[in-house]
Every structure is written in structure tokens, then in C-alpha cells.
Design a protein around this ligand. Structure first.
Ligand code: PRE
Length: 118
């Protein structure tokens, strides 16, 4: 249910429920903003890694490094009571995009700034 659907709930919403929903959504919006900012910083780092790898003829992907990152993140997820499988899928999704950026940098088809908004 989206905002307009909750707004048009039959009989209206109890004001206390509405206040609690608004409070939770405010926190969700702050968290989403933090995630975007953290991802932007991560991509700035990985673009530099991509340029370094291209300059030194290193392969875009490093499966051994990825295996260590996944093991570490799964442990962190468990401690944080987050589903480790979800954490792994999310990291794999991000890394796949990073590898695409690395490949484009190595091909010389991008400057290395894509994904950073620069
Ligand atoms: O650490 C590297 O070598 C990177 O290129 C960064 C990164 C990552 O996004 O964390 C991406 C690709 C590699 O396979 C491993 C890790």
C-alpha cells in the first residue's frame, strides 16, 4: 500500500496510527538517504580501483576478494539479525555493477566517473 492508498483507507486512519506511520516513514526516508550516500561513496572508491586496475592490467574481478567480502558480510548480517542470504545477494548485485564499470574503464569507453554523478 502506498501513501495515497493509506490516505484513502475506508473510514480514514486513526490519528495515532497515522502519527506512528509518519514517524516510521520519516526514519525509513532518512535510512534510504544514508544508503544512497554510502553507495555513492563506495562507487567513488571502486571507480578509483577500476582506474588503478586498468592502468596496471589487473583483471576487473577478484573472486578471492569477493569470497572474503561475502564471508565477512554474512557474519555481520547474522550479528545484526539481517538475513545473510539477502546480504550476500545485495553485495553480489553491487559488485556485478562495479565489475561492469571496471570493464568499461579497461576498454577505455568511460572515464571512471560514471556512477559517481561527476
Ligand atoms: O577490490 C577490488 O578488487 C574491487 O575491484 C572492488 C570489488 C568491490 O566492489 O568490492 C569489485 C570487484 C572485485 O571482484 C572485488 C571487489
Amino acid at each position: 500500500m502506498n501513501d495515497s492508498e493509506t490516505d484513502s483507507a475506508p473510514g480514514g486512519i486513526d490519528p495515532a496510527v497515522r502519527a506512528e506511520l509518519t514517524r516510521l516513514r520519516d526514519s525509513i526516508d532518512n535510512i534510504d538517504a544514508a544508503v544512497v550516500h554510502m553507495l555513492a561513496e563506495r562507487f567513488k572508491c571502486t571507480q578509483q580501483v577500476g582506474r588503478l586496475k586498468a592502468e596496471h592490467d589487473l583483471p576487473p574481478a577478484d573472486p578471492a576478494r569477493e569470497a572474503r567480502q561475502i564471508a565477512r558480510l554474512r557474519g555481520l548480517a547474522e550479528s545484526a539479525k539481517l538475513d545473510p542470504a539477502f546480504a550476500e545477494k545485495l553485495l553480489n548485485f553491487i559488485i556485478a555493477e562495479v565489475i561492469r564499470h571496471h570493464e568499461r574503464i579497461a576498454e577505455g569507453t568511460q572515464t571512471g566517473d560514471e556512477g559517481t554523478g561527476e
